[in-house]
Write a protein of this length. Sequence first.
Length: 153
Amino acid sequence: MTFSCLQLCSQEYLQIVKSFGDSPDESCPFSIHNLVEVGSPYGLAAGSWLGPYALCRTLEALADADRERCRKRGGQRVLPMVVHVVSGDADGERGGAPVLCVEDVTRLCLRWGEPGEEWGALLVLVPLVLGLDKVNPRLVKSFSLVQICGHHI
């Protein structure tokens, strides 16, 4: 991994961490205030169970709102990436095997990129419950590869 790639990843990481700040304003799109407000259609409420489907869809809606806000007003987006939820059916609530289509990813990333960029960064969220009190060891192998800046580690 090159120094410039590492520096870019660090900057994007800091942007993402700051987006979870404890403030209801636009500089912290993933704050608990915004999660509860935007997540209400998915059943999110302060002090209630936060399931993976509701959380993933809420994060996706907040990322879309950040993009739309910047498109209408101009200026820079807070989030450095598009968020896409992959679930097993149209609603996602009934489970099933998640499917990620290349055409969907291409459309999202091209639409999200900054003017002059060919491609935007993508965060794929898969709303799965891996176990109530432990993770099935057979699943650990499936999730063992992590990709950072185009390199597997």
